[in-house]
Design a protein around this ligand. Structure first.
Ligand SMILES: NC(=O)c1ccc[n+]([C@@H]2O[C@H](COP(=O)([O-])OP(=O)(O)OC[C@H]3O[C@@H](n4cnc5c(N)ncnc54)[C@H](OP(=O)(O)O)[C@@H]3O)[C@@H](O)[C@H]2O)c1
Length: 364
């Protein structure tokens, strides 16, 4: 199963809206006779690849697969049929697939075909590997990661609004890796106007997927010449405006190729829950929220942040009015957003801090 999880990693950032999946076929003696990985939605599923590689050795073997095999006809035929036909004796998986189209039916089909099914091996590791997919299936909205680069005193820009470059080159490269794993990158209109970001994935190598580039802009103030609109396929540039955004501002954005999504407002600003629903409908499973502080605060206050990823730079900038990583009205310490254990990774001269948001109220 560890080998299967390792194989699944090869699909990181490539499989959405599907999960990452790896599979291994082991002969009765334990020898690996086939391996497979899911690398692209619409492409072959991991278990099919592994069975193909195993050929006749699949008969009587054990199939280790990192997620429940599907039993429905999707873009590819049901995997359960192929598993049964291959004569596999036993299937071991960590988890039930939370996708309502699967949700236990895959295991049921296999058991009915007299295949021994064992569920639960390395379940925690498998759930963490596909945390984006699992959150999206459970909540019926995309998984949201809040991402920022800040100084040691928590500032994301100086008092004049300049934020380039807080972190060094290795951290910026890592940030692009984060983007490559997301299906949509979201920023506030102030960030668009001050920084004019492209919101594209820029790795050393070409990247086959293009996340949506999204601006939160209640009044439609985004300049039609904003770089994120033309930085890639303009149809993947979304401007989320309020229902009352003036038509004379919306039309030039549409003329520039951007997709304008009219959203209801909540407290006078774009309703984030509604926007996430719209993104989910467009097959977005993982969202990266890249600031600024007001937008971070709004997502946190709406209870819509699942994970926090912060690059911490060895700089002190100060300034009463310099924006910090979370703006808004702030909270009392007793109702602070609490995070799970921090993962701490040095990246060049900076430090990457990552943690999941704890959702249960204190003491629950
Ligand atoms: N270091 C970093 O990682 C980083 C990353 C990004 C930005 N920055 C810096 O952050 C600064 C901008 O941050 P900021 O906090 O002033 O602005 P921001 O978060 O970029 O944008 C806030 C604006 O977004 C619009 N918005 C629409 N719907 C919203 C909603 N539901 N919740 C919150 N906002 C919504 C609002 O304007 P409307 O009401 O008009 O729509 C709001 O004023 C810039 O100086 C930038 O350089 C730094």
């Amino acid at each position: 199963m560890r080998r299967a999880l390792e194989l699944a990693e090869r699909g990181r950032g490539l499989t959405s809206p599907n999960p990452m999946v790896g599979a291994v076929v082991a002969a009765p003696g334990g020898e690996i006779v086939g391996e497979g990985v899911h690398l692209k939605a619409g492409g072959p599923h991991a278990e099919i690849e592994a069975l193909r590689a195993a050929g006749r050795y699949a008969r009587g073997a054990t199939l280790y697969v990192t997620l429940e095999p599907c039993a429905h006809q999707g873009r590819t035929p049901p995997c359960t049929t192929r598993i049964v036909d291959a004569g596999v004796a036993r299937v071991v998986a960590p988890l039930v697939d939370p996708n309502p189209l699967v949700a236990g039916r895959g295991f049921e089909v296999l058991r009915r075909a007299a295949i021994e099914v064992t569920v639960g091996l390395l379940a925690e590791e498998a759930a963490l590997q596909n945390r984006v997919f699992f959150t999206a299936m459970r909540e019926r909205r995309p998984h949201v990661t809040l991402k920022a680069a800040m100084t040691l005193d928590g500032k994301i820009a100086d008092a004049q609004g300049a934020s380039r470059w807080i972190t060094g080159e290795p951290a910026r490269a890592r940030a692009h890796r984060c983007r490559s794993e997301a299906d949509a990158i979201v920023v506030g209109v102030t960030t668009v106007m001050r920084d004019d970001p492209e919101l594209t994935v820029r790795l050393g190598e070409p990247w086959p997927r293009e996340p949506y580039r999204v601006a939160l802009d209640t009044e439609g103030r985004t300049p039609p010449g904003a770089r994120f609109i033309a930085a890639g396929d303009p149809a993947r540039a979304l401007v989320a405006v309020g229902a009352a955004a003036p038509e004379e501002r919306v039309l030039p954005l549409q003329a520039a190729g951007a997709t304008v999504v009219r959203c209801p407002t909540r407290d006078g600003r774009v309703d984030l829950g509604f926007l996430l629903g719209e993104l989910f409908r467009r097959d977005v499973r993982g969202v990266l929220v890249e600031g600024g502080g007001e937008v971070h605060a709004a997502f946190l206050d709406a209870g819509l942040v699942d994970r926090v990823t912060v690059f911490l730079a060895p700089l002190l900038v100060g300034g009463r009015t310099a924006p910090s990583v979370v703006g808004g009205g702030g909270r009392e310490l007793k109702s602070a957003v609490r995070l799970g254990p921090l993962t701490i990774t040095p990246v060049g001269d900076d430090i990457l801090l990552e943690a999941d948001v704890i959702r249960e109220p204190r003491g629950a």
